[in-house]
Design a protein around this ligand. Structure first.
Ligand SMILES: [Zn+2]
Length: 115
């Protein structure tokens, strides 16, 4: 065994976002919206009607803004892992588990962003 200054990093394929989770998020949002709207109308606090939109933004960021480690649920750091002169694959690093999650997405730095 060496002194161990090099961390052994494991590489795994990143599981795709399941439709069950997405459906769950939508259901939670609909239920929240319905209860908040009801509360807003019943209490006369019409400013509450804006709350679901703020919640929707929060949920969208939580579910789609950044990925979490499937193992420890900490936030993952996205990185472009170069494997050619211009080609890269998109990987997510979990500093806690020392796992590199492979998103399966690849790109090319020569490609134009969109359009
Ligand atoms: Zn982790």
């Amino acid at each position: 065994m060496l002194a161990g200054e090099l961390l052994v990093r494991e590489e795994r394929p990143l599981p795709k976002l399941s439709w069950q989770r997405a459906a769950g998020a939508v259901l939670v949002f609909v239920a929240l919206t319905a209860s908040i709207e009801w509360l807003a109308i019943m209490s006369g606090n019409h400013w509450l009607i804006g709350v679901p939109f703020i919640v929707a933004c929060g949920l969208a960021i939580y579910y789609f803004g950044f990925r979490r480690c499937p193992q420890c649920y900490r936030r993952l750091v996205v990185r472009q892992d170069m494997f050619g002169p211009t080609q890269f694959r998109v990987v997510y690093d979990c500093e806690h588990c020392q796992i590199i999650w492979d998103s399966g997405l690849t790109g090319d730095t020569r490609d134009e962003p969109i359009g």
